[in-house]
Design a binder for this molecule. Sequence first.
Ligand code: 4NP
Length: 159
Amino acid sequence: MIQRVLFVCLGNICRSPTAHGVFQKRVDEAGLNHCIEIDSAGTGDWHIGHPPDRRMTAAAARREIDLSALRARQVAVDDFHDFDLILAMDRRNLADLQAIKPLHCRAELGLFLDYAASPLTEVPDPYYGAAEGFETVLDLVEDGAQGLLASLMQRDRES
Ligand code: 4NP
């Protein structure tokens, strides 16, 4: 069974592309890229077509995560029919998604960090902050990616 996961933040240039890149690497390493498909998008439209933020790409590259090929796009109504799981980086993203979610759709919505061991429930927006913010994004995303992979493998066994 193919499971499709969409990561969502505000701009799709910092947090959700990082989740996309980190989770893709974990899925590839686990040999599961034939059954888990991944994408990312933003609730906002400011950065459509742009590559991820340079500071985020550089911080990810230091952990051997390559974000350079990703380009920002905005969430669309079709995403709620095309994806099984749509995971928001913070509560505002989740509320914005819930506001445009069709009544009947395939996707289940949630917070990405619900899969993490960390007690934090939101990945803080690093855009206007200091360099450490980008490391925090990576730390939290790596935590969430590990839990999400375990959860999807469990779902697959149960299906
Ligand atoms: P992201 O970060 O939601 O993690 O991609 C942001 C990027 C850009 C803006 C806000 C957040 N912005 O206001 O342009």
